[in-house]
Design a protein around this ligand. Structure first.
Ligand code: MF3
Ligand code: CO
Length: 251
């Protein structure tokens, strides 16, 4: 399968990504103490459908687990990613919540995530959000024609560890297009000058996942947690490599 998308295909990926961005905006407006993660997921599903898309995560399967049950992932505090929304999970003042949204429309996917603070958050939590967002920006900046995946990974990982934080083990970004997840895998740390060489038309979902206390991860079904229960944040954009540099599609 070719990883290079034609300009027509890029427009279709961009259409799905635009819906992702709209959903994240809508959800941002709903984030407050007292809201349940299920309410956020139901709203996401509604916005995606209204725009002619499908929630890409719902029904997603990986071996050994029941199909993913919801439209979004909502990962609270020490949950790194893939938190399953629940009507019993009520956001509290001071929480942070990572919202991850995937959309499929016309056979093409978009994927994006942001971590939001609920009410007033601690300085430590805000600093974690800032570092994770900046790690994503630094990774994206490397995604130019002729660069390598390792350049993206290195930029992300060096920045995170340099700031005194930890890259969550074994969780990566990915190629995207006709599939939600496809080659290449994009680790959040790595070596410059290694890995796939980027070409114009390759679409990537770059997604640093950053922990305060340890890189170690504990898996519980779909959900990934930081092993020491410290906070974790996640930001993700779908981008496409173009002759004018990386173009962010999920904003
Ligand atoms: N953005 C997430 C990822 O790339 C989406 C997970 S798919 C789900 O891993 F089904 F687990 F939700
Ligand atoms: Co992703």
């Amino acid at each position: 399968m070719s990883l290079i998308n034609s300009s027509k295909e890029i427009l279709l990926i961009a259409e799905s990504c635009k819906i992702v961005a709209e959903v994240l905006n809508e959800i941002e407006g709903m984030i407050r103490p007292g809201v349940s993660t299920m309410e956020l997921s139901l709203k996401a599903d509604e916005v995606i459908r209204k725009n002619g898309g499908m929630a890409a995560f719902k029904g997603y399967t990986i071996p050994g687990l029941a199909p993913y049950p919801a439209a979004i992932c909502a990962s609270v505090n020490s949950c790194i990613v893939h938190g399953i929304p629940s009507k019993d999970e009520i956001l509290l003042d001071g929480d942070i919540v990572g919202i991850d949204v995937g959309v499929r429309k016309n056979g093409y996917y978009g994927d994006g995530a942001k971590t939001f603070g609920v009410g007033t958050i601690s300085k430590e939590a805000q600093a974690l959000l800032d570092v994770t967002k900046e790690a994503l920006a630094r990774g994206i900046k490397q995604a130019t024609e002729g660069a390598r995946i390792g350049d993206v990974s290195y930029a992300i990982g060096e920045y995170i560890t340099g700031e005194g934080y930890y890259v969550a083990d074994n969780l990566t970004g990915h190629g995207i297009g006709k599939n939600l997840h496809q080659e290449p895998s994009i680790p959040n740390h790595g070596r410059k000058g290694t890995g796939l060489r980027l070409k114009n038309g390759i679409a990537l979902a770059i997604e640093p996942m950053v922990n305060i206390g340890t890189n170690r991860v504990r898996e519980k079904g779909w959900e990934f947690f930081v092993a020491d229960k410290s906070l974790s944040a996640h930001f993700e954009h779908t981008i496409v490599v173009t002759k004018n540099g990386p173009q962010i599609l999920t904003q």
